[in-house]
Structures are given as C-alpha cells and as structure tokens.
Write a protein that binds this ligand. Structure first.
Ligand code: PMP
Length: 382
C-alpha cells in the first residue's frame, strides 16, 4: 500500500532545498517600534502598524470594554446572530473617512477581496490584474471563475493593449490593483487607470490595505492622495495595518454594499468580526482623523531614512515601505541575519512571495530619528 500523504514530505524537502522554507517566531510584549524576541529587544522595521496604534491604550481600552459588554466572539454570521450595532457604527465610520455612501466590514482583508471579486465577476467576465497584486486579489480572481489576464506591473500601455485586444469578447470587466504595492512600496498610477476603465467600460477594485490611514490629507488613502475621490470605483482595505486591529472592508456606493451583503460568500458564510476588533477599529478611525501629526511624523521618518541611505540600493518607492535590493536569496537571508545581530528586525522577503530577494523596511510614526539613524548605519554595513 502506498502512503497518499508521502508527497507532502517530498514537497517540503524541495521547499527547503530552494531556500524558501519559512517558520514563525514569537514576538513578546506590546506592538511598537521596539519588540521582544526570545528575551532580546529589537528595533522593529517590519510592522504594518504604521501609525503605532496597535499598542495604543485607547484602542486596548475600547477592546476590553467591548469584550465585557458583548463577549469575546460574535457567535454567528452577520445575517444570523453575529451582527452588533458596533459593526454598523464601524461601517459608517469607514464610509465617512472614505467619503463613500456605505461600507461593509469583513472578518479579514483577505476575505473582503475574495468575497467582493467572486460576487462581481463570473465565467463570462474578464479580470485584468497587475502582476504584483496581493495574493488575496489574485486568489479572488481565481475563485470568481472569470478569465484572468495579468498586466505588467503599473504598465498602463500593457493594460491598454490587453483591453483593446480582449475587452469586447467578455461581458463585464474588472481591473484589480493594489494602490501601495506591499512588497515593493511603489504606487499605482490610479488616475490613468481610471481613465482607461472609463474608456473600456470596466469596473475597478483598488486594494488600499497599505494606504488607508497613511496616504491622503485626511488619511483616507491613495484615492484621496491621487485626487480620485468621487470617481466611480470600489475600494477595499484592511483594519489590520495602520488601524491596528483586525478585519477588512469594501467601501463604495450603497447599491454595491447592499449587493455584496447578498452575494459575497466570504461575508455571508463566515462569523462576524469580534466585538473587541470592531471597537478597536472604530477608535483607530477616530484617531486617524483627530491626530494628523502621526501621519506627518511618519512622512518625516520616511524622508529622513531616504536622506541617510544610498538611493541606488532601493527599489523605487513613494510610500512608507522601502526595499533594499539584494542579488539572491542567500545574500538576503545573510543581510537579515546581520541586521538581527545588530538588534534590528527587518526580514528578508524572497521568492516565491516576490520575484527578487530584498530586505523590506516599513517605517512607523513612532520610530525616533535615533532609531532611524541606527537602521541607516546598519544598512550601510550590509
Ligand atoms: N491586501 C494587501 C495588499 C495586503 O498586504 C494584505 C495583508 N497582508 C491583505 C490584502 C489582507 O489583509 P488582512 O491581513 O486583513 O487579511
């Protein structure tokens, strides 16, 4: 008798041989610019907590209060027993921040992309997707059953060519793009992309996961920053990065949101977001609007790091995500190790997550200039 599971061990061995094997490491204590790993303190340049809100006492107290008031779990899907007034309050706060008619909160950003894309497109439709899009956009496209074409990264000429060749053969068309690309730090040319969508009669879904809270005057994201508010598009985002909580959302017209409540399987058939996560996110959205100084500090930190390190080694970036390019997996892993020995946590990101190896640095509003100088001198040494 053969073992039907034997292939898993072989496959894992291949992952090890390629240098692609990954595992978890426990981080102790509250999230912040300094973190504890195995009893040692590290300067943290790997967090998505861009505004430093995940350890903020106001979010913590809101989560504790909500847990005492409504319990730990929401106990069911939103359409059955899982809906609380708190969820609606959060959806209204998101819609207000984004200046859209309505919003729908999912239990994670990943689920928001899967559910929305699957609800909006089907077998007779076309999806055009930037080749560097996040896994949740790419898998949402697969789940939808639509025909998927990738266009070259932020290349509007390639997108135009593909639309001109293919659009007329399909019923509906959806263009998918990250606004801030999470593993590179560059930004999509949204105004041009929306012009193309108008010309070729396409829907657009933008993933604002790394832009919400940090981009735009009020922190609404790249749609605000790039002057695209009021144009017809669908925005997705997560509550788990600058907003320091957990969960995801889609925001747009009231009709779209009502449609998703009836058609997005990853919203209908999953448990509602916990009261604690919901309450923390509501406070975070208030703070994004009331404390613009956090955004200013973040951009001052980005400018300082760019001034201190050699630009040639960096991938082009217009965001708080900066990547130091390295020639291969081995050098990237060695660089991450050297940084760690110097008390800096900024891990190597490597294939298959990205096409080329790199050290990915994410800045936070709560980093001090001393900490950024420390990072810059450690980077010079690698
Ligand atoms: N989109 C992008 C661009 C992301 O980086 C992430 C998280 N890594 C997600 C979606 C998924 O969000 P969540 O973590 O809330 O599932």
């Amino acid at each position: 008798m053969t073992d039907p599971y034997a292939w898993i061990e072989q496959s894992l061995a291949t992952i090890h041989r390629a240098g692609w094997h990954r595992s978890t490491q426990a981080i102790d204590g509250l999230p912040g610019a300094m973190i504890q790993i195995e009893g040692r303190s590290y300067l943290n340049f790997a967090s998505n907590d861009y505004l430093g809100l995940a350890g903020d006492d106001r979010l913590i107290q809101a989560a504790i209060h909500a847990t005492k008031e409504w319990g730990t779990g929401s106990t069911g899907s939103r359409l059955v027993t899982g809906h609380r007034a708190l969820h609606r309050q959060l959806e209204q706060a998101i819609a207000h921040l984004k200046q859209t008619e309505d919003a729908l909160v999912f239990s994670s950003g990943y689920l928001a992309n899967l559910g929305a894309i699957a609800a909006l497109t089907g077998k007779r439709d076309l999806i055009l997707s930037d080749q560097y899009n996040h896994s949740s956009l790419r898998n949402g496209a697969i789940v939808s059953g639509a025909t998927i074409l990738n266009f070259a990264h932020v290349d509007m000429q390639d997108l135009t060519n593909k639309l001109a060749q293919q659009r007329s053969q399909f019923q509906r068309c959806l263009i998918l793009t990250d606004t801030v690309f999470s593993m590179d730090g560059d930004i999509c040319p949204l105004p041009e992309l929306l012009d193309l969508a108008d010309e070729f009669d396409c829907m657009v879904l933008v993933d604002e996961a790394h832009a919400t809270g940090v981009m735009g005057k009020s922190g609404a994201g790249c749609v605000e920053q790039l002057g695209c508010r009021g144009r017809s598009l669908i925005q997705m985002g997560t509550l788990s990065k600058a907003l320091g909580s957990l969960g995801g959302y889609i925001t747009g017209s009231a009709t779209l949101i009502d449609f998703l409540r009836n058609r997005a399987p990853s919203w209908i058939y999953t448990t509602g977001l916990s009261p604690a996560d919901t309450a923390a996110a509501i406070v975070a959205i208030e703070l994004v609007q009331q404390e613009p100084q956090r955004r200013k500090q973040l951009w001052d930190n980005v400018a300082l790091l760019k001034k201190l390190i050699s630009q040639q080694s960096l991938l082009p970036s217009d965001s708080q995500i900066l990547c130091v390019q390295l020639p291969n997996v081995k050098t990237a892993l060695k660089a991450a190790q050297t940084l760690k020995e110097r008390g800096i946590f900024a891990p190597a990101i490597r294939p298959p997550t990205v096409p080329t190896s790199r050290i990915r640095i994410t800045l936070m509003a709560t980093h001090t200039s001393d900490q950024i100088q420390q990072l810059a001198s450690a980077l010079e040494s690698i």
